[in-house]
Design a protein around this ligand. Structure first.
Ligand SMILES: Nc1ncnc2c1ncn2[C@@H]1O[C@H](COP(=O)(O)OP(=O)(O)OP(=O)(O)O)[C@@H](O)[C@H]1O
Ligand SMILES: [Mg+2]
Length: 375
């Protein structure tokens, strides 16, 4: 018998709310995704959420309003999931909802994910777990990435040293030992976010399909050097970052510093692709003799980025998690379904030094729907 949980995720790309129904077996078998749905975030809400990553006027009011709108979208994603999956064999135990990160400053003791947990519990008539990150930060950790614990659950493979690479707006890696141990997990820096934002500005579309625009340009060495000089890339793990650190103003400073302000936009895009690929490959090179790299997240669809990663990581194989039988789009949302199960069971999340917290903690705040009685 398995228990069912729903996971809801909207990541740093601010592209969509992804929803997963995850079956967690009662025995020690691996969790299995049984349904997936994805609802695009409407452009006005995306603009609003992106703007909230930077200081501006009237933030409290705008953040509360955006959280409210996003929560309604999360609730619609749950409905879309039910429509797709049809009737379930067993009832849903709880929903794990990430919310939208608008500030992530673990060094200053806080991280903010916008979401109204009470409203989501009301809309879904299910217990909702959210605010997963602040408990880890309170314990001295980075609060991110949290998914490596789930990556180990799903991808640890006896006898194989694997890296799991998630290319979202920000990219993160999980290193799994041949004994199944979680050896490390950290954010490498920008994944898609700079590529998306530059593409939106110059081409008016939210992403560079297949990376073909980047392919049409040539890497600008001085700009590349200026970008790679950001101290984040040299910092040792544990470390995590967000789009409040990597954005178009960050790029503008480096364009100015490298004298590349008048460069062709396609050449800048090619350089940004190289920044993502080079920093990811450098992070993977920190570990000894990987057997393979399994890639998930939307970046897996950027063929140019994947090809460049393959070049840089050769002879280590770089493949989509689809080749290990797991949909690369569903993994992050599935992780939050699994994290909800940990919270419901009052099980600490085994992050084994990934975030640098003082020890494993039970993570997440629980909102109960109407009709739940307790003391
Ligand atoms: N066909 C495609 N070609 C190139 N890039 C794509 C394509 N499809 C999706 N992407 C990229 O994937 C991104 C979405 O990926 P994903 O949803 O994994 O990121 P995310 O929402 O930031 O997640 P997280 O932060 O949780 O990792 C898009 O913004 C885009 O950059
Ligand atoms: Mg996304």
């Amino acid at each position: 018998m398995a228990r069912l949980f729903i996971g809801l995720m909207s990541g740093t790309s601010v592209d969509a709310v992804d929803a997963v129904a995850l079956a967690i077996p009662d025995d020690s078998g691996p969790p299995a995704t049984i349904a997936f749905a994805s609802l695009p975030i409407p452009a006005p809400l995306r603009t609003q959420l992106r703007a909230l990553t930077r200081s501006a006027d009237d933030e409290l009011e705008r953040a509360a309003q955006a959280a409210h709108e996003l929560t309604e979208l999360y609730a619609q994603a749950v409905s879309a999931l039910f429509e797709k999956a049809g009737p379930y064999a067993s009832p849903i135990v709880a929903v794990g909802a990430h919310g939208q990160t608008v500030r992530h400053h673990p060094e200053r003791g806080f991280t903010i994910q916008l979401l109204d947990g009470a409203l989501l519990a009301e809309r879904c008539a299910l217990p909702v777990v959210c605010d997963f990150r602040s408990g880890d930060i309170a314990a001295g950790g980075q609060g991110a990435p949290l998914v490596p614990a789930f990556h180990r659950e799903v991808f640890a493979h006896p006898g194989r040293r694997r890296a799991v690479l998630n290319i979202g707006g920000i990219a993160n890696v999980t290193l799994l030992g041949a004994d199944g141990a979680l050896e490390a997990g950290f954010d490498t820096g920008p994944g898609n976010t700079l590529l998306d934002q530059w593409c939106q500005r110059h081409r008016g579309v939210p992403f560079d399909d297949g990376g073909s625009w980047a392919r049409s340009g040539a890497v600008l060495p001085s700009l590349l050097q200026a970008c790679l000089a950001d101290p984040y890339f040299q910092r040792a793990a544990p470390k995590s970052t967000g789009t409040e650190s990597f954005h178009l103003d960050w790029l503008a400073q480096r364009l100015a510093a490298s004298g590349a302000e008048g460069a062709r936009p396609a050449d800048v895009q090619a350089t940004l692709l190289e920044v993502s690929a080079a920093t990811i490959a450098a992070a993977l090179a920190l570990t000894a003799e990987l057997d393979e790299v399994l890639v998930c997240g939307g970046g897996v669809r950027n063929a140019a980025l994947l090809a460049r990663l393959r070049d840089l990581c050769a002879p280590v194989s770089v493949a989509s998690t689809a080749e290990a039988g797991i949909d690369p789009q569903a993994i992050e949302a599935a992780a939050f379904a699994w994290l909800a199960a940990r919270r419901i069971d009052l099980q600490p999340v085994p992050l084994d030094g990934v975030t640098g917290a003082n020890g494993p903690r039970v993570l997440g705040a629980l909102y109960q729907p109407a009709g739940v009685r307790g003391r």
